[in-house]
Design a protein around this ligand. Sequence first.
Ligand code: ZN
Ligand code: ZN
Ligand code: FE
Length: 750
Amino acid sequence: MIRGFYIKVFGIVQGVGFRPFISGLAKIYNLSGYVLNTSKNVEIYIEANQATLSLFLSDISKNKPANAIIEDIKIELCKNRKNIKDFSIKQSQLNNTIIASIAPDSNLCDDCLKELFDKSNRRFEYPFINCINCGPRFSLTIQNPFDRKNTSMNNFQLCEQCNQEYKSSDNRRFHSQTNACWKCGPFYEFYNNKKKNITENPILETKKRLKKGNIIAIKGTGGFHLVVDAKNHSAVRKLREIKNRNEKPFAVMSDSIEKISLFANICLQEKKALLSKERPIVILEKKNNNIISPEISLSLNTIGVMLPYCPIHYLILKDFLALIFTSANRKNEPLIHTNNKMFRSIEMADYLLIHNRKIINRCDDSIVKKYNNKITILRRSRSFVPLPIKLNFNAIPIIGCGAHIKNTICIANLSKAYVSQHIGEIESIKSYEYLLETVHNLKKITGIEPEYAAVDLHPHYISSNIANEFNLKKIQVQHHHSHLVSCMVENNIDGDVLGIALDGTGLGTDYCSWGAEIFICNFKTFQRMASFEYLNIPGKDSAIKAPWKIGISCLCQIYNKIDEFYPFFKNIEKEQISIILKMIKNDVNIHKSSGMGRLFDAISSIIGLRHYSSYDGQGPIELESIVFQGVNDYYQYDWIKNDKYTILISEIIKSVVKDVQNNCPIGLISAKFHNTIVNIITNMSTKIAKEYDINKIIMSGGVFQNRIIHDGIYNKLLKNKFKVYSHSKIPTNDGGISLGQVVIGSKKIK
Ligand code: ZN
Ligand code: ZN
Ligand code: FE
């Protein structure tokens, strides 16, 4: 018997070619009815018998479009059959409850890539070519549902041919909301730094100028990049000067795996990550051959590399081995995404390649790295956002405000948490404005109106201002508790766990900085079971930029006289040293920190590797970079037990000092130090977990970005028969804090 059925499909089903797919499927089964987007889902009505319905449903799940993610399908019988004659795609239906998920941006698909370089195709070399399966989504979406009028394509009227494609059910651009061509779509223009449009052929001109060593600001899908030829040393140096970025590595883009393998080693998993539709920056091991400028990632053994993701990248990269693609922003300011703002910062580039489509949600490139055979996201941004994270309980409407560096926010309600794109350091008015813009946009896209704000314990984090700006009830959450809970959520773990937080800085409940902690915790509470001994940090935050201050202070904590160690700091002025010594002696402007990042800073200074740091975590990153392979030695250590275990640092520091005085190679010292930390954390965690009969161990915090520390602890704990969980989908650094905050915040209120 033929009956009418309503089928409601939930998940990422808009902007991914879902309706055309359904309409095609209905044709195959010769079904009548309709499909439409609503604010919550895709709604289908078909008239069929039970057997055909079953086949139709299984086809939906099996053959769904590449970028669709189906979370749920609900079927309802229609009481009175509508007797519809044909099958159609109907006008979208809006209502007030917006919960349909917007798809993230997707890289150019193979079909479009073929057309891009096909001389006979009408979109030959068209830099905005896209189809139902590919192109920008989140970055150009103003609001739900995903229809052209709700995106920044709303200014572009489809030409006759494009409209024909849009209307024909057998075309791969059938109902493509972002359809465009040379005639009707957005276009690029090339400007010099006098704001003059200087050529008819912007792409050819871009390539010419890049060859000459110029810096070009190129507008992409999520924002502007500054682009230079990666083989040109002086161009790279000029870029460093302009960006006021002395040493921090740049990411590069090449258009094939073959080209990348000329300057980096790629394993199978890394290759898969490079080629994935998210097209993230993958941190690879650098080959030591200087085929591209060594200035790109100074003093590191790694390099960040990505493959092209939008048509313009392919068009330009064809003629180059690799180009630097670094986000266009001033130090401590967010990514530039509008033509006007780029023109106002024109001194950053020699030329501008701009287009006339608005970027609604700016989005930095995402970053991943391989740990223990697992590709792990270190910056979750373009092509991952705004995919929701599933919660195993119902959250209250809440926003997590994040921390201070590498910031993200997170908006949650019921079973979904939406972590924003990377916002970055909140250290300027512009980055604060970006923070607020992100809150506004994410609220609009998710349709969630938060009533609570979960904020860090730290009283001076600017991100916590969101609570006041939006008049929300505040809930304070400890930093490392948030780290650990974010890792529990992404691994779908609940209940009591042992949590290892190895991190830079986060305020503790005793008003000291924490960052090398072992907790027993759950979604709601935590107990501090062990931590490292506090280091005296002189000059508070200024010491993070000058690790020598931490090095000296660390020595003062252990030795009565430190004159004999002055040669360790031979590049530092005597006068500066005596100021710091006075501060330590009189206990002025000193704060206490158990941060593992600070201990790494101290070691990197004591061994003479890095006294000043020009970017976050530079000392620790370089310390990892110089490690000698195959070393099993480690240093001895002590601990004491009061209300908790405290791991003492004096034995470790004394051994390091002895090795330095014996002219031991710093690569060997670094290896021994890394092994020591791995041993301490593994032994202490094992001891406590056994004592409290816990078998799940969680690892989180920025220090786990260090591969030796992560893999070492992970594998040793696994050997000790624990279930061990670390991050892969959510950053282990402060980019994951906001997710932990919404979960803890929700649990504290309920
Ligand atoms: Zn395509
Ligand atoms: Zn057109
Ligand atoms: Fe942190």
